[in-house]
Design a protein around this ligand. Sequence first.
Ligand SMILES: [Zn+2]
Length: 414
Amino acid sequence: MQCAMLDILRCPYCGGRLELVTSMCHRTDDRGIQEGLLGCHCCIFPVVDGIPVLHLQPAAIAARAHLEAGRPALALRAMIGLDDEAAAARFEAVASCATATYRDLAESLGEGFEGGYFLYRFSDPTYVVADAVVRAVARTVLDGRRALDVCGGSGHLTRSLLDLSSGPPVLADLYFVKVWLARRFTAPGCEPVCCDANAPLPFVRGAFGFAMCADAFQYIWTKRQFVGELIRAIDGDRGNGAVAINHTRNAQAWSPSQGQPLPPSGYRDLFETLQPRLFGAAGLFSDVVSRGVVDLARRDPEQALDADPGLTIIATRHPGVFEPHTVDHPRALRGTYRINPLYETTRAGGRLQLRLRFPSEDYEAEYGGCRHYLPEETTVDASLLQALEAGGRPPALDELIRRRVIVDLPVYYY
Ligand SMILES: [Zn+2]
């Protein structure tokens, strides 16, 4: 973690400033604090492999004890959460390889990790909409300020904030291994923080211009406190930051997902000091995919909101947010262009023939909406693809990139 993070981090429990305890074992380098202990008025928190761990769950306590005893490798093992010696050794062997991919590491964590669908995340319909919404709002409000992604998991949407945030965007999640993967692969350059979203957030008031939580809000039990915390995080002098809660489940509409969703009126009631606007997933999806617009001027009728299983909530006083925004596709490459892994590819002469193939019926049931932009079959000129992979940008491929047949994926993703 960069040392400058100490200016925005605060203890979640006493609110006190955190300082590196220099009398105890620590290691710093040009990237900042790599290992050490952070102290406030009430607690000592470990920094493990450059990531502050600002909660008191058993893994954090174990990691702290390892650091106090001068065993940083075991502190990392405790936070990765592999109790079994052989499993931990397997993970560490893969992690130490410079060319290991996100997929290699995810597989070494066991079959259950991320459900295996992370490969397709960058083209799934909820991501496509959330990416467009997040970029539209963040681009409008940030204006030299920093962005925060809470419950951001392994950083797929933090990646959307990398070129918009002034100062690296902060990615916060309870699962250490996810933010650790995000920093290495998905959102390189972000500042990961391991913390519990059911507790007060470990940041100073007004540290951010934009604070978001995507695909996770229904799992947070302390929703009222959490919304208050997001609002506190953007409560700066200018008074025009924004909070975005993307794709939270709607208690009024059936969906296969777990958690404790609220109805639209329940979500509205959580915002006491800032008037929120709610958007149904269906309307946003249709605007983004059919018109290339994030239309935040739209007012979904209550009936439409009640019937929509996924809701997006935006709260801000910024006058520029509730307007139509053109979906921006950054020209600058973030990672590396590859054929979308949902396609089966066969080569015929100088062309590649692509055929859409879903990994499972479950995937198709949940994300089949991607058919609106991913064609069943298409072809790509192999020499153009080669030129693209070599760093060029043949205009003939723009449409395939826009439709996410060719995707900009993190380097070493799979
Ligand atoms: Zn404290």
